[in-house]
Write a protein that binds this ligand. Sequence first.
Ligand SMILES: [Zn+2]
Ligand SMILES: [Zn+2]
Length: 257
Amino acid sequence: MELIDTHCHLTFDDLVRDIESVIARSRAAGVTSWLTVGTDIQENLKAVELTEKYENMYAAIGMHPHDAKDVTNDTLTELKELARNEKVVAIGETGLDYHYNHSLHEDQRRVFAEHLNIAAELNMPVIIHCRKAFEETMEVLDNHTADVKKIVFHCFSGSAEQAKIVLDKGYYISFTGVVTFKNARIKQQAAKIVPTDRLMLETDCPYMSPEPMRKQKVNEPALMIHIAEYLTDLKGMDLTDFAQAVTATSRTFFQIS
Ligand SMILES: [Zn+2]
Ligand SMILES: [Zn+2]
């Protein structure tokens, strides 16, 4: 079995300090490729650097909506330059976070739109972070995505109804360990309707370990197997078939081999 963790933050302190063991445990669990996601200038650079050490590791780069207030034209120029690195396979995470509101909504929308422009120009997929801003996110996408071919909503936290809207637009959906939580019935109902050719898996580690490992404080790619098992059961599928299908979806989406 070969799974791809399509959204992790391997450069964050809790993981990077022990990266060799983190990667070894991940491989042993069948999670054999990783997409490490940068969230600011520093982390983007670190992400690209880390991918140079591991063949099956790729990077996504972007400025997290939390930091939208600090994003200047220079930042975006730098981002675009770095995106030309061959290990960078996606732009993001970008989007809107109206839960924490660390940046003004208008700054978030501006920076989100700029990321979409960069992705369109470089013909790259986009990883969307959307929290408590579903309608606003769809509105920005409707106005800017004429040329952006591939979009994934990461850490999907919407309802089945919202999942349907996302799927109808041709976008993809990825689930974290949050879908395994006992109080996550709405997300579980959403997961039921997402076909495997539009579904991807991610840990978003070091955050949010899945059940039954929720007590493990620092999440890591090895634990993604629990998300795969949970969704396999939810869909009444066979684990090998499910893994094969979502891995194929991820490879095609990010164009990785
Ligand atoms: Zn996110
Ligand atoms: Zn993330």
